[in-house]
Design a protein around this ligand. Structure first.
Ligand SMILES: Nc1ncnc2c1ncn2[C@@H]1O[C@H](COP(=O)(O)OP(=O)(O)OP(=O)(O)O)[C@@H](O)[C@H]1O
Ligand SMILES: [Mg+2]
Length: 253
């Protein structure tokens, strides 16, 4: 396939954090990633290897030191904060481990919030109904966040991430706060969304089971990509074993 189908293209990305006495902690040390439209990709690696840093730099929450990040056709590394905030709202869907929903609003208003912020209501209600149906949350849209379960919160957060029809969804440990059953549900819903809406997803996870739902698993080690595993035509359960064995061999988790 040619590079025009890449939704995300990251080239030679570097990011370090300043330490005391002028020293710095190198975290991302030359990362190259290409994600095609409609792909589901997981990034795995030991705690502290830079997974959240990678998501924060791609979403523009944090800045890279050098390298290039192109989302669709737009280079985002040289945008200023306010340009990035607008770009993020319109082109990127974010899903977090702890959901980041507003407890003072009900499910429906949480989902519609990105549109309210952009004063863009044109297809909101229609898309809300469609997403709520796919995610099986039609019955709880009037409920407050405090009155729903963790799995329901994450499904509401997925709907909120999709309401702006983003080019790419970035998720940081989307199953990290969920029990095994809710984690499986969330991954199945994300798979349905990927298939029905051709949504492109990049998620970081510790969870081999969650990663096995993806087309591709990227393993980070010491700030670099250690390897890339492709699901190919393997079943999910065979891919799960494959990832598990691989992690055991490289001692990546
Ligand atoms: N704002 C910061 N300032 C300084 N160091 C940081 C900052 N954020 C993260 N780090 C350090 O950078 C490294 C990578 O952190 P990051 O949060 O990206 O890891 P991670 O792979 O997401 O880990 P986990 O799996 O535990 O979530 C860690 O050593 C961490 O301590
Ligand atoms: Mg993290």
């Amino acid at each position: 396939m040619d590079c025009e189908t890449n939704i995300l293209k990251i080239t030679d990305l570097h990011k370090s954090y300043p330490l005391r006495k002028g020293l710095s902690l190198p975290v991302l040390q030359g990362i190259d990633i290409k994600i095609k439209a409609g792909e589901m990709t997981a990034v795995m690696g030991a705690s502290g290897c830079g997974k959240t840093t990678l998501i924060n730099v791609i979403s523009g929450v944090d800045r890279a030191d050098s390298g290039s990040i192109i989302i669709e056709d737009t280079e985002i590394t040289n945008m200023n904060k306010s340009q990035m905030a607008i770009f993020r709202r319109n082109h990127i869907g974010l899903i977090f481990q702890d959901f980041n929903l507003l407890e003072s609003l009900n499910v429906k208003d949480n989902i519609l919030l990105p549109l309210i912020l952009d004063k863009n209501f044109s297809h909101g209600e229609e898309l809300l109904q469609k997403l709520a149906a796919i995610l099986s949350i039609e019955g709880i849209t009037d409920k407050y966040i405090t009155d729903i379960s963790g799995g329901e919160k994450q499904r509401a957060a997925i709907a909120r991430a999709l309401i702006n029809s983003p080019q790419i969804i970035l998720a940081d440990e989307p199953t990290g706060s969920l029990d095994a059953k809710s984690a499986k549900d969330v991954m199945e819903y994300l798979t349905t969304i990927n298939q029905e809406l051709q949504a492109t997803l990049l998620m970081v996870t510790h969870d081999t089971f969650a990663a096995s739902f993806c087309h591709k698993v990227i393993l980070l080690k010491e700030g670099k990509i250690a390897s890339v595993l492709e699901k190919g035509d393997k079943s999910r359960s065979i891919f799960l074993e494959h990832i598990y064995e691989f992690l055991k061999q490289i001692g990546g988790e």
